[in-house]
Design a protein around this ligand. Structure first.
Ligand SMILES: [Ca+2]
Ligand SMILES: [Ca+2]
Ligand SMILES: [Ca+2]
Ligand SMILES: [Zn+2]
Ligand SMILES: [Zn+2]
Length: 472
């Protein structure tokens, strides 16, 4: 089983959408180790030690840097080049370091900044590029009192270009995949300039590399921002754009940029989304499901994956694993017998197998036999032994026979009758280790199916281990 789970990680980075199929991780340990060294040198200021004396003085500098990277990406801080770490490193990303040692924040003193596009993309039209950049600047301008003006000729503060390989700034691009773009912090000359790797499959949708998504991030650097370890932030270094992604600054991005330039008088159209805190005692979940040996907890755009052998539980974006799934899902369950996971939102559902959303989805939940009055479901619960799935809607419970493909006779029934002691509506439900766990707001109810009783109540976030484990 252990191998099965590890296999998951090697499968789960199908060069998602943005970036060419990089050599699949796990092919050779030696290759991975070298890759990790180069990665840490580039993004974590790792300096390989060569001499024997230096090595003795600092025997673990590689592992220290590796742990730093794992911490940044919300991974288990193992200090080992394990498959999930390699998978995270193989993801397409920004070319700037994650540990820029800043003397002080560099900032522009002008309130109106000019930009010029000096070299266009070979994949998109001039109009597409201009539109993307205009939208990207607008996102920042909504948060801070800055104005951005495109200049056709003369010198501009921010010169933007698409470049190939070596473009004479000491940071050559690497062809399709890997590094997507980089930018320079505010300053004269090359300061504030932004370079995109012209060999990426730039697009205006989610099929290749979304230019707008990368531009917003790079423009953040051009304004003086560094990388954020908040996976919900635009300034997170890895590319995370999915089919349903709505590009907007996160709470963290807004806070960081306003610390440099102050607040804009007129407030934002809508409040920037805050990344949920696993230690918030009010934390509730959208959905919870098993996934092989793991439990996966969904909330907004995010998920936490709980694995029995992991000490740390990091938060990641749903799109970092499944770019085609939406955020704010209603329910999810794992059909262990079919080796797939079903995800529900509104009247739609998706089936995920081998970590890919299957073709032909989303489909309509009416296929389960729900009447048209059922517009969405609250939670789903799968029983491995009987191949039955319970769906929860308001105060009712529907039992679906997976083998027969229809709702069991006599259902729906009141939840209070089928699951005595369980309050409704239910947010999420999952079966684990012989018990059923129901999530209702910030509470978790442990239900013992043998005696048909709620045997324990606890905080919903009990699974997420709030105490921070310090790595030595
Ligand atoms: Ca590249
Ligand atoms: Ca400049
Ligand atoms: Ca729910
Ligand atoms: Zn960056
Ligand atoms: Zn460059």
């Amino acid at each position: 089983m252990g191998n099965l789970w590890l296999g998951l990680f090697t499968l789960l980075q199908p060069a998602v959408l943005c970036g060419s199929p990089l050599p699949s991780p796990g092919l050779s340990d030696r290759g991975d180790l070298e890759f990790a060294e180069v990665y840490l040198e580039k993004f974590y200021n790792y300096k390989p030690v060569t001499g024997r004396r230096e090595r003795a003085a600092e025997p673990d500098s590689f592992r220290v840097k590796l742990r730093q990277m794992q911490h940044f990406f919300g991974l288990e801080e193992s200090g080992d080049v394990d498959p999930q770490t390699v998978a995270a490193m193989r993801r397409a990303r920004c070319g700037l370091s994650d540990v820029e040692p800043f003397r002080k924040t560099m900032r522009w003193t002008n309130r109106t900044l000019t930009y010029r596009i000096s070299r266009l993309s070979s994949k998109l039209t001039a109009a597409q590029v201009r539109t993307a950049f205009r939208q990207a600047w607008k996102l920042w301008a909504q948060a801070v009192p800055l104005k951005f003006r495109r200049q056709r000729r003369c010198d501009a503060d921010i010169v933007i270009s698409f470049n190939n390989k070596d473009h004479e700034d000491g940071s050559p691009f690497d062809g399709e995949g890997g590094i997507l773009a980089h930018a320079f912090f505010p300053g004269p000359g090359i300061g504030g300039d932004v370079h995109f790797d012209d060999e990426e499959a730039w697009t205006t949708d989610s099929k290749g590399c979304n230019l707008l998504a990368v531009a917003v991030h790079e423009f953040g650097h051009a304004l003086g921002l560094q990388h954020s370890s908040d996976p919900g932030a635009i300034m997170f270094p890895a590319y995370n754009f999915g089919l349903h992604t709505v590009l907007q600054l996160s709470f963290q991005d807004v806070k960081d940029i306003q610390e440099i330039y102050g607040k804009r008088k007129i407030s934002l159209d809508r409040l920037p989304p805050k990344t949920p805190d696993k230690c918030d005692p009010r934390l509730s979940f959208d959905a919870v499901t098993g996934m092989q040996q793991e439990l996966v907890f969904f909330r907004d755009r995010f998920m936490w994956r709980v694995h029995p052998s992991f000490e740390q539980i990091g938060i990641t974006l749903i799109t970092s694993l499944w770019p085609d799934l939406p955020a704010h899902i209603d329910a999810a369950y794992e059909n262990a017998n079919r080796n797939s996971m079903l995800v529900f939102k509104g009247s739609q559902y998706w089936e995920v197998s081998s970590l890919q959303v299957k073709r032909g989805y989303p489909r309509n939940i009416s296929e389960f036999g729900f009447p048209s009055t059922v517009k969405s479901i609250d939670a789903a619960l799968y029983f491995r032994e009987t191949h039955l799935t319970d769906f929860f809607t308001g105060g009712e419970c529907w039992r679906f026979d997976e083998d027969a493909g229809r709702i069991v006779e006599g259902f729906p029934k009141p939840i209070a009758h089928e699951w005595p002691g369980v309050e409704s509506p239910v947010d999420a439900a999952v079966a684990h280790d012989g018990n059923i766990y129901f999530f209702v707001g910030p509470q978790q109810l442990e239900f013992n199916p043998k005696i048909r009783q709620v045997t324990k109540t606890a905080a919903a976030n009990t699974w997420l281990q709030c105490r921070e484990i310090k790595s030595s």
